[in-house]
Design a protein around this ligand. Structure first.
Ligand code: ADP
Ligand code: MG
Ligand code: ZN
Length: 475
């Protein structure tokens, strides 16, 4: 039996207005190389200055994951040559990062939580882009110098499920904190996966391979599954030491395999040294105060939803999985809907319909206040669930007035005692033999009376009321 060991390195692009060491905008530029200046072009003599906003955002992440936020940290140069990096080094933080020793809690399928250690989160500058266009290659430096935060985990994960749960938690956390768009397709949330195996019970870790730049949660899971199988097979075939070497591999999406890309560089290959152009990054009280302005984070929200609103833990986890969904839910409550009815109508009815139409909560055609209004009508017995589903089907297609729909579709439930009693009495009158049997002890006939009453009201009677009044009449 083998155990899988996984550690993740995630690059998050911070959503600052300007680059990490110059005042060039990080926003979209129409022309290649237009968002550049002597500093991010690495012209001789141009000096870098640290962007405070980027530092505050990294610090905010640090406080959110219970980490040590260092009041003094340092920048190092990592040397490598590649055309998209004109300085031939990357400015990063190796020796003392701004954030160290954090933790992230993931929820496992069995309902328990597991702690994953975060070794550090450091600031570094992104490279530009090489564009291969027919026979020629071009370099675009618009992205050069964009602030990244690299989040390095401890090798604490033991399965692909745990790795994906960690990534999702990280993803939602940086979005709750509003420090990154974290768009995987656009590359503002990029993930390198380190994987090794070892026989169960063995203390030492096996040899790890690093799979670079995987851009979807699904591919992370598939790449790990493939890699684990490859390593176990090598072990069982007694060729582990020859086959499994510390290297960088790539995930080939089309073939569904990992492929060797290059041998793994050792730290020495990068000739790291402290950047002589940058002073230590010292954070002041104002920066600390700003960084400590934290929104309510997913773990706290789940706790509040379960303890104060009485939701099931699973439901609370779904609602808090993204800040947009949690906000939608809270807006529904704001418009008067009850928490328990809202959960089902949001998680099942609305999300189900959005899913079918390929939409997400961010572009839902039904607003939170609209769904909240609909749910309130179920809560107060104006309409029943069946009627509400018909209305929701219409709202998905076209925004409409709910009261008008209830009228025109004849969906109003009769909750008025008098009207319901009138129906009940006529049913009991017409079924006197059954009433006698019921009174003699055949209690399952109760369902028959409910059914008949609902039928006679053509489904418009409030079922709770029918139950209550029938019980009174028959006792
Ligand atoms: P490097 O600097 O070469 O990238 P690090 O020591 O920073 O190496 O580790 C990078 C990542 O690899 C970390 O997330 C760490 O948890 C993970 N890692 C280290 N050893 C192993 C291993 N044996 N198996 C799986 N992951 C590992
Ligand atoms: Mg590393
Ligand atoms: Zn610049």
């Amino acid at each position: 039996m083998f155990e899988t060991v996984i550690g993740l390195e995630v690059h998050v692009q911070l959503n600052t207005k300007t680059k990490l060491f110059c005042s060039c905008p990080t926003s979209f530029a129409e022309h290649q190389n237009s968002n550049t200046c002597p500093t991010c072009l690495a012209l001789p003599g141009a000096l870098p200055v640290v962007n405070k906003e980027a530092a505050i955002k990294a610090m905010r992440f640090g406080y959110a994951i219970n980490a040590d936020v260092n009041h003094t940290s340092y920048f190092d140069r990592k040397s490598y040559f590649y055309p998209d990096s004109p300085s031939a080094y990357q400015i990063t933080q190796l020796h003392k990062a701004i954030v160290q020793n954090g933790e992230i809690f993931i929820d496992l399928k069995d309902g328990t939580q597991k702690r994953i250690g975060v070794t550090q989160a450091h600031l570094e500058a992104d490279a530009g882009k090489n564009i291969h266009d027919g026979g020629i290659s071009k370099v675009d430096l618009n992205r050069a110098g964009t602030p990244l935060m690299e989040i390095v985990s401890e090798p604490d994960m033991r399965s692909a499920d745990e790795a994906v749960a960690y990534l999702k938690k990280l993803h939602s956390t940086v979005r709750y904190l509003n420090i990154s768009d974290a768009n995987m397709q656009e590359g503002s949330f990029r993930c390198d996966v380190n994987v090794s195996i070892r026989p169960k019970g063995q203390k030492e870790f096996g040899t790890r391979v690093e799979i670079k730049n995987i851009n979807s949660f699904k591919f992370v899971a598939s790449a790990i599954a493939y890699e684990v199988e490859r390593q176990i097979e090598a072990y069982e075939d007694d060729i582990y030491d020859q086959e499994i070497v510390q290297e960088t591999r790539l995930w080939d999406v089309d073939k569904g395999v990992t492929k060797s890309m290059r041998g793994k560089e050792e730290a020495a290959d990068y000739r790291y040294f402290p950047d002589p152009d940058l002073r230590p990054l010292i954070v002041d009280d104002e920066m600390i105060a700003k960084a400590k302005e934290l929104p309510e984070l997913p773990d706290a929200k789940v706790k509040r939803y379960t303890e104060e609103l009485g939701l099931k833990r699973y439901d609370a986890l779904v609602l808090c999985s993204t800040k947009e969904l949690a906000q939608f839910f809270e807006d529904m409550l704001e418009s008067g809907a009850s928490a328990k009815t809202s959960v089902n109508w949001l998680n099942t009815e609305l999300l189900g319909r959005l899913n079918k139409s390929g939409l997400s909560i961010e572009n839902s055609p039904v607003s939170a206040s609209k769904l909240g209004e609909l749910v309130s009508k179920i809560d107060d017995g104006t309409i029943n669930g069946k009627g509400a589903k018909d209305i929701l089907d219409i709202l998905i297609e076209k925004d409409s007035d709910i009261d008008e729909l209830i009228d025109s579709m004849g969906l109003a439930q009769v909750s008025d005692d008098g009207a319901i009693l009138e129906i009940i009495d006529s049913i009991l009158e017409a079924n006197q033999d059954k009433v006698a049997e019921y009174k003699a002890g055949k209690e399952k006939l109760f369902g028959f009376f409910v059914g008949q009453t609902m039928k006679a009201s053509r489904g418009s009677a409030n079922p709770q009321k029918v139950n209550q009044l029938l019980k009174e009449r028959l006792s």
